[in-house]
Design a protein around this ligand. Structure first.
Ligand code: SAM
Length: 246
């Protein structure tokens, strides 16, 4: 999958790629990531890309001409890829959305700065996505969030193809179960016996039960959307009985 990121701070993107799994995925050819700096398309003195807002008010606004020229160039390099503006006003991004996007061949990601972009750029934008109901200083972190979340779903990114399927928000609709590793004892707390039993069928059952319990307690919104299988009803009843709830 090819990502083209439009940003006035390409070093923020490259710096992250130099250190993390996303950069390794790039090295292994799972993704290709290119950055485009609107300053290179400015045409204004000192490669300026921002100006004061019409009507007054605080802050600066990213000017339309450099962004439109940059988007046009990125479209030529990544034909057919939708242009996505990362914005707190966009649709909130979820794992389900990432699963859909994982089937696409490419994305052009526009990272804003300052008070945002001139509204007339929106005519060249295909989609607007938010990474949550809070405001960051720029769209570079949201672009990285989107690229990493998406890349994890691409074949070859994760060591084990089932890993993503066991994650929270996967098709099971449940949060992930608790995990433990060595040492067996830590701060006076041991590991649940069942995980040391070597009985893989019982371990899988226990993990499923824990995922159900966690989701029921922590995410009533997800819980309400989901219906239980007969096996899951039994798992929950067993857990509730062990807690003395019956
Ligand atoms: N004035 C804008 C508003 O209130 O909607 C916020 C502008 S913000 C300071 C600057 C840039 O950061 C935005 O153009 C956008 O690209 C990015 N950004 C900030 N928060 C974001 C979020 N939650 N999701 C996606 N992008 C975000």
């Amino acid at each position: 999958m090819r990502f083209d990121v439009i940003t006035i701070f390409p070093g923020l993107i490259r710096g992250y790629l130099d250190e993390g799994v996303l950069g390794r995925a790039e090295g292994r050819g799972i993704v290709a990531i290119e950055t485009w700096n609107p300053r290179d398309f400015s045409g204004f003195p000192h490669q300026r890309v921002d100006d004061r807002p019409f009507g007054g008010g605080p802050g600066m606004v990213m000017m339309a001409p450099p962004l439109l020229a940059c988007i046009a160039a990125a479209r030529v390099a990544n034909p057919g890829a939708p242009v996505v503006y990362l914005s707190p006003q966009g649709k909130p991004l979820s794992q389900k959305d990432l699963q859909v996007m994982a089937g696409w061949l490419g994305l052009i990601l526009l990272a804003g700065r300052y008070e945002g972009i001139d509204e007339r750029v929106m005519g060249a934008v295909d989609e607007e996505w938010s990474i949550g109901d809070y405001v960051l200083a720029g769209g570079e972190l949201p672009a990285l969030v989107l690229m990493e979340g998406l890349s994890r779903l691409l074949p070859g990114f994760l060591g084990h193809p089932d890993s993503a399927e066991e994650d929270s928000f996967s098709s099971s609709g449940l949060l992930d179960c608790p995990h433990y590793t060595r040492p067996e004892w830590c701060n006076g707390e041991g590991v649940p016996d069942i995980l040391l039993s070597g009985d893989h069928r019982r371990i899988a059952r226990w993990r499923h039960q824990q995922a159900l319990l966690r989701t029921r307690i922590r995410r009533p919104d997800l819980w309400a959307e989901r219906s239980l299988t007969r096996e899951e009803e039994i798992l929950l009843k067993e857990a509730d009985m062990a807690e003395g709830k019956y």
